[in-house]
Design a protein. Structure first.
Length: 263
């Protein structure tokens, strides 16, 4: 389910914009006494968010945020960006919604947290053709090079567990580069959420059957978060809309369609 530089003009032209529904959905009870307009930032990360055949954003995080924002009466523009840029923009600007971000201790004071939307199990994988790559504990991974996405939760967790960038961890900007390195043997291990590994690998044209898990290293909470510079009143409205979705079963229905574990 990336680079820390300013977007080029070409990047800006490639950015996808979509206006979210502004009307309250049937059954909504949130009263919109104030109109907010926000930006929903997405990365290409199946099944949470991806471009559909028509070029429009779709996926679990997209659908669940549309439902949430519709109920709250909040207008939104959806944009795809690299994960480092998503994090940078969320730190710097108000009215940014990140609909799928893992809640970590160091991130706790950086956002206004809305809701936990799924569960995550961080796991290290090797190629099935490499039984010589063996792990009993995280420290054993220091004998190898592990591929991660730059600024992704797996990189953060593995750094906290003692692996060092460059020496033990090889960070890529996106899954295209990461998987190319992994299947070419340039990294011996790769970190994934075990609940999403197959969907991600298959979406990039590889066979998930070629991978096998070697070690689970974490369990964490994918969540929906609002940028810290946003109005707390907006966060409260979104939390209220989420509680409605939980109580009437609509959140569970969306999760079931995507095979996502709803906490």
């Amino acid at each position: 389910m990336p680079f820390e530089t300013s977007l080029t003009a070409a990047d800006s032209r490639r950015r996808l914009l979509l206006l979210a529904p502004t009307l309250l959905l049937p059954g909504a009870r949130v009263k919109a006494s104030q109109t907010w307009r926000i930006t929903v930032l997405l990365e290409e990360f199946r099944p949470f968010s991806m471009r559909g055949a028509d070029g429009q954003p779709e996926g679990f995080a997209v659908e669940i945020s549309r439902e949430l924002l519709g109920r709250a009466g909040v207008e939104a523009v959806y944009e795809f960006d690299s994960w480092p840029r998503v994090m940078q923009r969320a730190r710097e600007h108000p009215n940014i919604l990140v609909p799928a971000i893992v809640r970590l201790p160091e991130r706790e004071p950086q956002f206004r947290w809305i809701a936990q939307i799924s569960q995550r199990r961080g796991t290290l994988y090797r190629l099935r053709s490499r039984p010589d790559v063996k792990l009993q504990e995280v420290a054993d991974a220091k004998r190898y090079l592990t591929g991660v996405i730059k600024d992704d939760v797996s990189e953060r967790e593995l750094l906290a567990l003692g692996l060092q960038p460059g020496e033990h961890l090889d960070a890529s900007g996106d899954y295209t580069v990461l998987l190319r390195k992994f299947f070419a043997g340039r990294v011996q291990l790769v970190a994934f959420n075990s609940l999403l590994m197959s969907a991600i690998v298959e979406s990039y044209g590889y066979s998930a059957q070629d991978l096998e898990p070697t070690l689970a290293f974490s369990s964490s909470r994918p969540s929906m978060a609002l940028s810290l510079k946003s109005d707390e009143a907006l966060a409260r409205r979104l939390r209220q809309a989420w509680e409605q979705m939980r109580s009437d079963g609509s959140a569970a229905a969306i999760a079931t369609r995507y095979g996502m574990p709803l906490p």
